[in-house]
Design a protein around this ligand. Sequence first.
Ligand SMILES: Nc1ncnc2c1ncn2[C@@H]1O[C@H](COP(=O)(O)OP(=O)(O)O)[C@@H](O)[C@H]1O
Ligand SMILES: [Mg+2]
Length: 260
Amino acid sequence: MGSLISVKNLSKTFHGHQVLNRISMTIEEGDLVSIIGPSGCGKSTLLRCLNCLDIMDEGCLKIAGTSLKRTNTQQTLDSTFQKKAHRLRQEVGMVFQSFNLFGNKTILQNIMLAPMVVKKETQAIAEERAWKLLDKVGLRAFAGRHPDNLSGGQRQRAAIARALAMNPKVMLYDEPTSSLDPEMVEEVMQVMHDLDDEGMTQIVTTHEMRFARNASDYIIFMEGGEIVEISDEDEIFENPKDERTRRFLRHFCGLGAYEW
Ligand SMILES: Nc1ncnc2c1ncn2[C@@H]1O[C@H](COP(=O)(O)OP(=O)(O)O)[C@@H](O)[C@H]1O
Ligand SMILES: [Mg+2]
């Protein structure tokens, strides 16, 4: 089976500052991959480029049969490119640290909206799926509530259900638990665990090293816009190959042995 996601020499610059420097990686269907690294190293930008929220300056990007190639920033993003970017966005669900739910709509409406607007689904079909997704994330009883009346953990589970409603081939999560109280982290991670069991392909940027270690198939360590190390989840914690990875983990997890 071929890889579901393939990235080749993807670069991105903001105002002369190179944020991603020739990133290459391949991700297989069903993988759960954690991306770790210091703040500002380009994790969010990489996810945003995968989802075409940010358009890469150069590189190749292939997700589930849709490929995008850009040779330089001067290349105009013509309608063929835009169409492909639009298709690619539909294959990729994204969950943000700050939920980004529509505050004036109920959770049920939040989940129904994109399929009806983007895919022109009927209300009945969108609603049927929304109820199933509410069951999946354990929020059936909260369907009629507005985001403001939910806890952070519930809001993030609703955001995951909303992304799933578009039936994506890949789910991206940008620090999905960073703004949650500690007691709510677990319930969000449980949803990701469940999706992993179902075979969903998932990429998550996180500072939750325990989750990265326990749940990931492998871990990508980034620094300064580059992938420094791609490693087995135990290997990277026990025996990081690169000095930069070692430094980051030492700083992050404290010196000496640590329990997980
Ligand atoms: N839209 C933007 N405009 C200008 N600079 C940006 C933009 N997005 C990100 N950056 C810069 O790119 C660098 C990487 O940011 P980011 O991808 O958010 O890193 P991380 O998620 O690893 O903390 C930072 O220096 C940040 O300031
Ligand atoms: Mg970030």
